[in-house]
Ligand binder design. Structure first.
Ligand SMILES: [Zn+2]
Length: 69
């Protein structure tokens, strides 16, 4: 098992734990980047953080809307 922590630009570019997306989060990401790429996205678990990003390309992530907070 590799280290699940990744850099989060929304958390001051610190290392945070990322988890798989839930169904609602995944549906939103699919609407933004398409289904193929959405499968590579993870969400930052830091409290209050809305960032999602591809597991191996942290710079290509973005923030979820406020309703996901
Ligand atoms: Zn974060």
């Amino acid at each position: 098992m590799s280290d699940p922590s990744k850099r989060c630009l929304s958390c001051g570019d610190s290392f945070q734990l990322f988890r798989w997306l839930n169904d609602a989060e995944l549906a939103y990401v699919v609407s933004k980047v398409g289904r193929a790429e959405a499968g590579t996205f993870r969400r930052c678990t830091h409290p209050g953080c809305l960032r999602v990003q591809p597991h191996f390309a942290f710079k290509r992530g973005f923030r979820l809307p406020e309703q996901f907070r």
